[in-house]
Design a protein around this ligand. Structure first.
Ligand SMILES: [Cu+2]
Length: 510
């Protein structure tokens, strides 16, 4: 009896341990199976699945109206319902229409004014992405437009010809509003672009705004991130200019596509299904000095690329997105790194209008010159909610810059993929981990993809619109990261001095 009494607790312990071990093994097995199923489900491919039955929507070209020497545009943001995917009614937001907005065209040297009316039931802003302009006109979170109100920024266009865009930038609600459909393109002309470059809007010069969406059972856009996806909402289908399954009739030998990644989180690696080469002629902020032949171009959210592609009479080819290198190793499968999409079918007419040969020289674009750099700053984008460990504070100023001065910003990212955007400027990538950047990063840029753990040296010449009170933003252009706080603010002042805090009259965060 005595022996039994002594061994009972021990036996109980063994049984407990055995039981726990079995439970542990089962839990681990279930977790491994779930992880494996998530992993194997995760790669999305629409290659060969897209019917290409709808003509690519061409955003209306809006050249405004010149009143007393000022080119005036009007935009109204409103809610709507649209049949974007056949047979599916989706609640949307749009500018002057149910989804996206018109293409605004303006020229260097012009004074412009945009009357932005907000007919939404929520506060919005409109940011002119890539535009050099005063901070009060920039449309960041310090320029809220209340429901029913109109905001009328004005500025003088002073930068080279470029493909820019506009989209909301309200404090902590940007992802939601862009996802619902608020975005549009801006074309800046400068009278210096070679005539030989295709330039007839909607004919041989075509906006291609690529956005990924998933549709919920009720037709609405899915706005939640998938499990293990740290970059944000990744849709499993594409809309191009708001068109699901688009084709484009090509009538000229050569066509210029102005690619804009207007997605909230997804990175694309564009190319053609038959691997035909194309000429890269422009990046975010304008034309390259000379065309560069590529067969792929990776674009992260916010980035643009102007490409020119040749077609043969009667053929079709498909613009495709191949699995993008996100620099995340095996984890990138959860962030869309193994995904492939058919984007847009190009249908060449049986007889094509001849196009001019691409000019060897496109624009004046000097090599970046770091001689007049006055200051170097570093920013680290790690995790998903802060820069240098500091979440966005709408009253905190993170940097004060002297108007017209040149700085080097050393930027790196970790934890997941990031896309770094600076307002008001076009910068040049000096180096990546000490190496010269690839051809597609040698032009004027306002947004750059950050591969995890790499160091990007950006040469930035700041604008000449001093303001002691209203800051510009720099932030991750993965919109969930931005909304969650991966954003900082800089002031541009006449002497480079300024406060480290400002009053923010409104905070429209949830
Ligand atoms: Cu980010």
């Amino acid at each position: 009896m005595a022996a039994t009494q002594r061994s009972s607790p021990r036996r109980l312990l063994w049984r407990t341990l055995l039981g726990l071990t079995i439970v542990g093994v089962l839990v681990a097995a279930v977790a491994v199976v779930a992880l494996y199923r998530t992993w194997s489900d995760r790669a999305v491919s629409t290659v060969g699945q897209v019917p290409f039955e709808r003509p690519l929507a061409m955003p209306e070209l809006d050249e405004g109206v010149v009143i007393d020497g000022v080119r005036v545009f009007e935009l109204t943001a409103d809610e709507a319902t649209a049949e974007l995917k056949p047979g599916v009614e989706t609640p949307t937001f749009g500018y002057d229409g149910p989804f996206l907005g018109p293409t605004l065209r303006m020229a260097r040297g012009e004074r412009v004014e945009v009357r932005v009316r907000n007919d939404l039931a929520e506060t919005t802003t409109v940011h002119w992405h890539g535009m050099s302009l005063p901070a009060v006109a920039d449309g960041g979170p310090h320029s809220p437009i209340e429901p029913g109100a109109t905001w009328t920024p004005t500025w003088t266009v002073d930068q080279p010809a470029a493909t820019l865009w506009y989209h909301p930038h309200p404090h902590r609600a940007t992802e939601h509003q862009v996802l619902q459909g608020l975005a549009g393109m801006v074309l800046v002309d400068d009278g210096e672009s070679p005539d030989a470059l295709p330039h007839e809007y909607g004919v041989d010069d075509v906006p291609v705004i690529v956005q990924d969406r998933s549709f919920a059972g009720d037709g609405s856009f899915v706005d939640s991130a998938r499990r293990f996806a740290n970059t944000g909402v990744l849709g499993e289908e594409l809309l191009v200019n708001g068109t699901w399954g688009p084709y484009l009739d090509v009538t000229t030998e050569r066509i210029r596509l102005r690619l804009l990644n207007g997605s909230t989180a997804r990175v694309y690696d564009f190319g053609f299904a038959d691997d035909r080469p194309f000429a890269l002629v422009g990046t975010d902020g304008g034309l390259l000095a000379a065309p560069t032949t590529l067969d792929r171009i990776r674009l992260s959210p916010g980035e643009r690329a102007e490409i020119v592609v040749d077609v043969n009479p009667g053929e079709t080819t498909v613009l495709r997105s191949f699995p993008p290198d996100l620099g995340l190793g095996p984890n990138e499968r959860f962030e869309g790194g193994d995904d492939r999409f058919d984007v847009l079918e190009l249908r060449a007419a049986d007889e094509l209008v001849p196009s001019a040969a691409l000019p060897a020289r496109l624009a004046e674009l000097a090599a970046p010159d770091a001689d007049d750099v006055v200051r170097t700053r570093s920013f680290d984008l790690s995790g998903t909610r802060s820069i240098d460990g500091e979440p966005m504070d709408i009253e905190r100023i993170d940097a004060v810059v002297k108007a017209g001065s040149t700085e080097i910003w050393e930027v790196s990212g970790s934890g997941t993929a990031h896309s770094f955007h600076v307002h008001d400027v076009q910068f040049r990538v000096l180096s990546i981990d000490g190496d010269a950047p690839p051809p597609e990063l040698r032009g004027r840029k306002d947004t750059v993809f950050l591969e995890q753990g790499r160091h990007y040296r950006l040469l930035i010449r700041f604008g000449d619109h001093p303001d002691d009170e209203v800051p510009y933003m720099f932030h991750c252009h993965l919109l969930r990261h931005e909304d969650n706080g991966m954003m900082g603010q800089f002031l541009v002042t006449a002497d480079g001095d300024g406060p480290d805090r400002i009053d923010a009259p409104h905070d429209h965060g949830p």
